[in-house]
Design a binder for this molecule. Structure first.
Ligand SMILES: Cc1cc2nc3c(=O)[nH]c(=O)nc-3n(C[C@H](O)[C@H](O)[C@H](O)COP(=O)(O)OP(=O)(O)OC[C@H]3O[C@@H](n4cnc5c(N)ncnc54)[C@H](O)[C@@H]3O)c2cc1C
Length: 418
């Protein structure tokens, strides 16, 4: 079923135009051939011939996307992107996400997309030429290496990996894991705690992000960690043992590492939630479609009150998630400092709502719901993972409560209408 997209009266013409053109490609070029484009996701035994067919099919769609001027919405035009503003990009995401994997056909592939944005903002001209340009051209791959097995990812201050400055080099020692895209990556952006006995690079213990080519001696990919019952994945465990890179590989100043990571995650959370909304939308359409056609016990599923309840509750989950995400995105766009609280609220609410909607859609489809013939099983695992990635629910709840109490301590109550 295609996604239904009509112009919104609440956004400008340019945003409506991006939404409609994105929907056209999703509906005409991607949804009818999802199985050909991404055969692995359908659990198909992938032969070389099928892989080549999929590469060709993806290249065809990417050409259409470029022709439509929709390539790399997250990047400035000078780097070959659309230069799309934050809010229209969020609106585009809900449509892109309707088809699982469609974002990659529009040049948005995590973690490369996040790294590209960080390189655009913090990179020197030399770093941009060396790392950003090949990343955009697709001749290089990258990863973001922050989380560690021996310290809590939800408390970045506990991070243990060190980068010690020795002469003109950083010497990195540490143990990371869940570095996504680790198998393919040509370089990682590694979050480290700086140690500089000379004091030239600022206060020791401050966070710094360092670009590390994956073929640097001392960098060892231990394994692709098996997740969700699969024996392996591209989320890698990585050891850094006396890994030496030039000092100019620091991305931004020492002390900016945490800020850069927060920036990456802050806007990213809105995008993730708009993606979740798009995927919920797809799950919802699938659920309704099945309820209208499947006969059980002498009637269609649509006539059973249990199923009507599923549809109604999913409608509510989807509408509330979408409204919350758009409201937070508008606050970010206006530079409202309270956006931080709303981002945390939706980061808790939306993945949970997404889980509920997909769970009901699976139930309505019965066995087919968990099969690889539909995208629902993949969505289900994705929704669950989102509740801990990019800041687990509990951390966001704590932040919401803290911000609320701060307002009341200052004698104000919370202005929900703002
Ligand atoms: C599929 C996937 C891909 C990922 N990709 C990347 C990547 O590319 N790069 C990267 O660096 N990382 C990546 N991560 C890691 C992810 O960012 C971390 O898992 C996340 O930040 C949580 O950190 P942690 O796993 O160390 O959990 P911990 O910090 O140990 O937290 C465990 C649990 O403790 C609870 N908790 C935490 N703090 C509190 C508190 N104050 N009060 C009460 N309860 C609390 C929460 O329930 C939390 O889930 C990925 C993870 C997954 C699953």
């Amino acid at each position: 079923m295609p996604i239904t997209v009509t112009p919104l009266s609440t956004v400008d013409d340019a945003t409506n135009d991006v939404r409609l053109r994105t929907a056209k490609i999703v509906n005409e070029e991607i949804l009818p051939r999802e199985g050909d484009l991404f055969p692995q996701r359908r659990g198909t035994a992938v032969t070389e011939e099928l892989k080549q067919k999929a590469r060709d099919a993806r290249a065809h769609v990417k050409d259409k996307v470029r022709e439509a001027g929709l390539w790399a919405p997250h990047l400035p035009q000078e780097y070959g992107g659309m230069g799309l503003e934050f809010l229209p990009h969020a609106y585009m995401n809900e449509i892109l996400a309707y088809a699982m994997g469609a974002a990659s056909l529009f040049g948005v592939v995590a973690p490369n997309s996040g790294n590209q944005k960080i390189l655009v903002k913090y990179g020197t001209e030399e770093q941009k030429q060396k790392w950003l340009v090949p990343l955009i051209e697709g001749t290089m791959e990258s990863g973001f290496s922050m989380t560690e097995p021996d310290s809590a990812g939800s408390d970045p201050r506990s991070l243990k990996t060190t980068a010690r400055k020795e002469g003109n080099e950083w010497v990195i020692n540490g143990h990371k894991w869940f570095t996504s895209n680790g198998i393919e990556a040509d370089f990682f952006i590694v979050m480290c705690r700086a140690e500089d006995p000379s004091g030239e690079e600022g206060r020791s213990g401050s966070m710094v992000q360092i670009i590390v080519p994956t073929d640097t001696p001392g960098l060892e990919i231990v394994r692709g960690i098996g997740i969700w019952g699969h024996h392996s994945s591209d989320h890698c465990e990585v050891l850094y043992k006396d890994v030496r890179v030039p000092v100019e590989n620091a991305l931004g100043r020492v002390g900016q590492g945490h800020e850069a990571a927060q920036e990456r995650l802050g806007a990213g959370r809105i995008y993730h939630c708009m993606n979740s909304v798009g995927q919920m939308w797809r799950a919802f359409d699938l659920m309704v479609e099945r309820a209208m056609t499947r006969e059980v016990h002498g009637g269609l599923l649509r006539d059973k009150q249990f199923i009507q309840g599923f549809i109604a509750d999913s409608y509510i989950d989807l509408q509330t998630s979408r409204m919350m995400t758009i409201s937070a995105a508008e606050k970010v766009d206006r530079g409202d400092p309270d956006a931080r609280t709303d981002i945390s609220a939706l980061k808790v609410y939306v993945p949970a709502a997404y889980s509920r909607v997909v769970d009901r859609a699976i139930q309505v489809w019965g066995a087919a719901g968990v099969s690889n013939d539909l995208p629902l099983a993949q969505m289900y695992l994705g929704a669950r993972t989102l509740r801990l990635a990019d800041g687990p629910d509990e951390v966001h709840r704590i932040l919401i409560a803290k911000n609320v109490f701060r307002h009341y301590e200052q004698g104000a109550s919370w202005d929900f209408a703002k």
